[in-house]
Design a protein around this ligand. Structure first.
Ligand SMILES: NC(=O)c1ccc[n+]([C@@H]2O[C@H](COP(=O)([O-])OP(=O)(O)OC[C@H]3O[C@@H](n4cnc5c(N)ncnc54)[C@H](O)[C@@H]3O)[C@@H](O)[C@H]2O)c1
Length: 428
């Protein structure tokens, strides 16, 4: 039996042990799904706090419910560690570490390099390594492969290396890790065969592609597609504003076309760990090849300008009450980057708050999922949301459209509202 066939047999029997490197928004849901499929999962994270919390049965990720998770810990299907030396115990290792941008908006692959180094130290014959972190095309082959082969082991024969982009959509009640099709690209044909076999018990649909570069690019295309289309509707929001037309009415009517149109909605700007960041990975890679990715740059510009557009709307709303921004009380409703989650990363609410404060507004916020946060040396705490607190504000700005908020009450109690998400009830 070849090394590949042996690993596939271990996947089918669930004898294979899975390692997950990085237990965040991506790694933890994947670990839980693999544990539910019958694998024993070893999670490795550099954060002692994360590991201690998980070993005591508490999930720090909102989409992973404590009950589901505690059952996996109790049954011995999940265990977390900060000891990289234990990665040698795993037959398959999925790497789910962050891929942020540097100060100059260049890719920061230092987490991938560090995770590869940890894996390399205990790499052995019969292991499959799968990178999940979003990154530029070429990362798996150019950064990971030479590091792993420097051990003397050979890819496709002794160990297997693949890229499989994580597509998790935090807060999505319909699509989770299991029922979102998963793309897999390998360095060799056996690398794809092994990686798909390993994921098959936990993921309903696997989509093999011919190379790791193709798989890396799939993820960047998906997120660039979103960024460009959001940029387009955000520009349409500005156009409609200047024409005195309701952009949401236009979009809803356009969306009745049963073909050739896909609905995207304008809003306060982009947030999260993916859409504002990932396209820059591709733009950077292409700059190195002397090609300028114009759509990516333009969408980035348009989306980044949206917080200022909405702050201008607050100025206009206050003007309608004969009030100046300076000294006015502004209540920001929602600071998470999107609905029904507690993630603040890259949230446009942070830009809106900063711009409002720069103009002298006294800003408070309410977010049921974010009780407090610190930004630029300031600490903020969520204020209670009552008809009184809403009425006490000169202007309310709806930034995140959390579904548990009573928008009817906001509309009734507020003096004036700027609704970046179109969630306030409309007049008949
Ligand atoms: N969050 C999303 O919605 C989402 C969706 C799809 C893809 N992604 C991609 O998945 C990757 C991970 O994102 P995330 O949101 O899960 O990040 P995260 O910050 O939530 O989690 C990353 C975890 O990795 C740990 N870590 C950092 N360096 C490590 C190392 N060297 N060894 C072990 N652990 C380490 C951190 O302590 C943290 O717990 C990124 O590339 C991101 O672009 C994220």
């Amino acid at each position: 039996m070849t090394v590949a066939d042996d690993l596939i047999r271990k996947a089918e029997s669930r004898e294979a042990r899975f390692g997950i490197v990085g237990l965040g928004y991506v790694g933890l849901p994947l670990a839980v799904e693999l544990a539910k499929a019958g694998y024993r999962v070893l999670g490795y994270d550099i954060s002692q706090r994360v590991v201690d919390g998980l070993n005591s049965g508490h999930s720090h990720i909102k989409d992973v419910h404590d009950d589901d998770f505690a059952a996996a810990v109790r049954s011995g299907h999940f265990e977390a560690t900060t000891d990289p030396g234990r990665l040698g115990e795993a037959d398959a290792i999925s790497i789910c570490v962050p891929t942020p941008l540097s100060k100059f908006k260049d890719p920061d692959v230092s987490y991938i390099v560090a995770a590869t180094d940890a894996v390399k130290k205990s790499l052995r014959k019969g292991q499959a390594i799968i990178l999940e972190s979003t990154t530029y095309p070429g990362t798996t082959r150019e950064i990971m492969l030479p590091a792993l082969e420097s051990t003397g082991l050979s890819v496709g024969n002794d160990f297997f290396l693949a890229f499989s982009p994580e597509r998790v959509d935090p807060g999505n009640p319909t699509y989770g890790t299991r029922n979102t099709p998963k793309v897999v690209g390998g360095i060799t044909p056996d690398c794809v065969r092994v990686a798909t076999a390993l994921y098959a018990p936990a993921i309903d649909t696997l989509v093999p592609v011919s190379t790791t570069e193709a798989a890396e690019l799939v993820k960047l295309l998906e997120n660039t597609f979103r960024s460009v289309n959001i940029g387009l509707v955000n520009e349409m929001a500005i156009v409609c504003d200047k024409l005195g037309v309701d952009v949401w009415e236009v979009i809803e009517a356009a969306a009745t076309k049963p073909f050739g149109f896909m609905k995207f909605l304008p809003g306060p700007g982009l947030g999260g760990h993916c859409i504002p960041i990932d396209p820059h990975y591709l733009a950077w890679k292409m700059r190195g090849l002397n090609y300028k990715t114009r759509f990516i740059d333009l969408a980035g510009e348009l989306n980044t300008e949206m917080p200022l557009f909405w702050v201008r709307k607050v100025t206009a709303a206050l003007n309608s009450l004969s009030k100046a921004m300076r000294g006015s009380r502004v209540l920001v409703l929602g600071v998470a980057y999107k609905r029904d989650i507690n993630d603040l990363r890259e949230s446009p609410a942070l830009d809106i708050i900063r711009l409002l404060e720069d103009e002298g507004a006294l800003v408070e916020y309410h977010d049921p999922y974010v009780p407090q946060f610190s930004e630029n040396g300031h600490s903020y705490a969520s204020v209670p949301l009552t008809p009184e607190s809403v009425a006490a504000a000169d202007c309310v700005v709806v930034v995140t459209d959390h579904s548990c908020i009573d928008y009817g009450m906001i509309k009734r109690a507020a003096r004036v509202v700027v609704d970046t998400r179109h969630v306030l009830p409309r007049d008949a």
